[in-house]
Design a protein around this ligand. Structure first.
Ligand code: PGA
Length: 228
């Protein structure tokens, strides 16, 4: 049976206190966490080690992901200020790559996305590559023919807008992604909430969701977990 993946992407939000409240609140409701689901929480990097330790101490079946890695890291080089994949080993299993906000704000190219994917392979991290259009998946194919990680389809109009894609529309793009990469797990992201999550998960080609706004407040996120 396929495992449903629920990703909480806190983006540039969260304090130490909020992070611990999140873990404690989820722990109080841990009967909602089903073995058929993989929850991945992606805090800002400064909180990742803290969250990883907190979920481990509570024995929660939750994995931690980073929101990005640097692609300009070469073995043996000194890179002040950059976060290379070597730094994530202790605190993250997954890493989001090519989120539309990083593509836009950091001028990330498809080649940079591919470089980051190569780095995740080398450092045993599982990439969650975000694409806002099918062309970005086609570009990934040029560099990584055998990509078998996770791809999150996140249309630009749906991110943070309260205006999600339709489940059928998202499924259509997910099926095209699967034609390109038969082995990938496809997620949908963009204004997912507790009310609409099931509609996406009911689709044949969608195996999970990537959640932004509704992920930092544990009560909203638990609503998604409950209804998934
Ligand atoms: P949203 O963000 O859930 O706030 O739309 C999703 C994302 O940016 O990954």
């Amino acid at each position: 049976m396929r495992k449903i993946i629920l990703v909480a992407n806190w983006k540039q939000s969260g304090t130490k206190e909020q992070a611990l409240v999140w873990v404690n609140t989820v722990n109080q409701k841990k009967d909602l966490l089903r073995t058929a689901e993989q929850i991945i929480v992606c805090p800002p990097l400064v909180l990742a080690a803290l969250v990883a330790q907190a979920v481990q101490e509570k024995g929660l079946p939750i994995a931690v992901g980073a929101q990005d890695i640097d692609n300009r890291v070469f073995e043996g080089e000194k890179n002040t200020g950059e976060v290379g994949p070597n730094l994530l080993a202790d605190c993250a299993t997954y890493v989001i790559i090519g989120h539309s906000e990083t593509r836009k704000n950091r001028g990330l190219t498809d080649e940079n996305v591919a470089q980051k994917v190569a780095l995740t392979k080398k450092h045993n991290l599982i990439p969650i590559v975000c694409v806002s259009e099918i062309a970005q998946a086609q570009k990934l194919l040029r560099f990584h023919e055998d990509f078998d990680g996770i791809i999150a389809y996140e249309p630009l109009f749906a991110i943070g807008s309260g205006n999600p894609d339709s489940p059928e529309g998202a499924n259509n793009v997910a099926s095209q992604i699967k034609e390109i990469f038969p082995e990938v797990t496809v997620l949908y992201g963009g204004s997912v909430d507790g009310d609409n999550v099931k509609g996406f998960l009911n689709q044949e080609h969608i195996s999970g969701v990537l959640v932004g706004n509704r992920s930092l407040d544990p009560s909203f996120f638990l609503e998604i977990v409950k209804n998934a």
